[in-house]
Design a protein around this ligand. Structure first.
Ligand code: TXA
Ligand code: MG
Length: 300
């Protein structure tokens, strides 16, 4: 497999996961990881998520407590990233010098195949340039990183379409650093979930992120339609807008999450002055979707 050969040689490979496409490099090879930061133009202060070939690697890279082991047992492989105290084997460039490491085990069959054949952990942030919308298809990766990386493994569209939930373990409790496909309600069954205290917050999850180039506002009753404005629709009809992207015809939040980034990209490419996004209900996956819309709207 070409992807495995590249990873073993310390090169990059863009790989599909069930959330978004990742830009992979051998996690235990600091030089290979440096190429990720270079290709993405990502600040070195922003740590990388490490994807394990199997859950047997959890204790080689981190020091999980009982709660972390139970979460891994329940949600792996799947869209949950767990932040834990690191083992010394994890390179500093991966953790940005922090004492914690973020771990996940992807359920995507193509990713799993590569990870198992490579047999080593793979560091993989989303395969977009820093601060931009995460790619949910191979053509999205190409439009972000063409000429900067040797390979994109095309696994079609990502089923979740939104980045993994990131949970920080604090003793018997949890803090959600980034909302995603695994919801707060699901995590609550394993222990108390408190709001992000902000002191260990995911450095990359800053306010302006996931941003299209076209200005975006979130507005509940979009009435000011014109040909220069695009609508990211939830319930609205979109008459009079220059372009309309509907997140889900049946108001299904899963479908909306899977369509979100592709729809934002298409509107961004439609040469509009403004994108108006209708809010979605903030329950279940809707929390993660609204989080991304607010970040796309933030301009700082
Ligand atoms: O679904 C996903 O998580 C995708 C796929 C490719 O796995 N990856 C992804 O990675 O979204 P990235 O780098 O785009 O976002 C990871 C976030 C960043 O905001 C980073 O700051 C945070 O995770 N992070 C990484 N390590 C951390 C740590 N030790 N403590 C707190 N936050 C961490
Ligand atoms: Mg990202």
């Amino acid at each position: 497999m070409e992807a495995v050969r590249l990873l073993a040689a310390g090169e990059l490979a863009a790989l599909p996961t069930e959330t978004v496409y990742g830009l992979g490099a051998a996690a235990l090879n600091p030089l290979a990881c440096a190429k990720i930061f270079e290709a993405k133009e990502r600040p070195l202060s922003d740590p990388l998520i490490v994807h394990l070939p199997s859950s047997g690697w959890l204790e080689k890279l981190a020091r999980p407590n009982e709660l972390a082991l139970r979460l891994a047992e329940k949600f792996w492989p799947g869209p949950l990233t767990i932040v834990l105290p690191r083992q010394p084997i994890v390179p500093d460039i991966v953790t940005a010098g922090q004492e914690t490491v973020a771990l996940r085990l992807s359920a995507h069959p193509a990713f799993q195949k590569v990870a198992e054949a490579f047999g080593q952990p793979i560091a993989a942030p989303s395969a977009n340039r820093f601060g931009r919308i995460s790619p949910t298809s191979a053509p999205h990766v190409l439009s972000e990183l063409d000429g900067r990386i040797p390979l994109i493994l095309d696994g079609g569209s990502c089923p979740h379409g939104i980045e993994s939930t990131i949970v920080l373990i604090r003793g018997e409790g949890m803090e959600i650093l980034r909302h995603g496909p695994v919801t707060a309600e699901e995590l609550l069954q394993f222990g108390p979930v408190s709001p992000d205290r902000g002191d260990v917050s995911a450095p990359g999850a800053m306010k302006s992120h996931y941003a299209p180039r076209t200005p975006l506002v979130v507005s509940p009753f979009p009435t000011f339609a014109s040909s220069g404005i695009g609508l990211l629709a939830w319930t609205g009809k979109g008459e009079g807008y220059g372009a309309v992207e509907r997140l889900s015809r049946t108001q299904d939040l899963r479908e909306a999450a899977a369509n979100l980034y592709g729809a934002m990209r298409r509107l961004d490419e439609a040469d509009l002055d403004l994108i108006v996004a209708e809010p979605v209900p903030e329950t279940g996956l809707g929390v993660a979707i609204m989080d991304r819309l607010r970040k796309a709207a933030a301009r700082e």
